[in-house]
Design a binder for this molecule. Structure first.
Ligand SMILES: [Zn+2]
Length: 91
């Protein structure tokens, strides 16, 4: 499912786990239209489904991700003192 770095301007391909950083996001009853969600998942509307995005090592050093099923995944600069928590869209 993960093909490349989630940074749209980065061409790095996902090769194997252990390089870069995986970001899990939990979907709860997603409703169409879905963006960056596999269509098969969106139409099934699972009660819960975890979707993963990946940043390559160089991007993960300075970027984090936020995800909204309607607007898709967004790349954000890593907030200072945020620890490892994924970013919140619009916060
Ligand atoms: Zn990258």
């Amino acid at each position: 499912m993960i093909a490349k770095c989630a940074n749209p301007s980065c061409p790095n391909q996902f090769r194997y786990f252990g390089q870069g950083k995986l970001f899990p996001f939990e979907l709860k009853n997603p409703t169409p239209p879905c963006k960056d969600v596999p269509n098969a998942v969106c139409v099934r509307r699972p009660h819960r489904h975890t979707i993963f995005f990946w940043l390559c090592r160089s991007c993960a050093a300075s970027l984090t991700l936020c995800f909204d099923p309607h607007t898709g995944v967004s790349v954000l600069p890593v907030p200072v003192n945020a620890g490892d928590a994924p970013g919140q869209c619009g916060q």
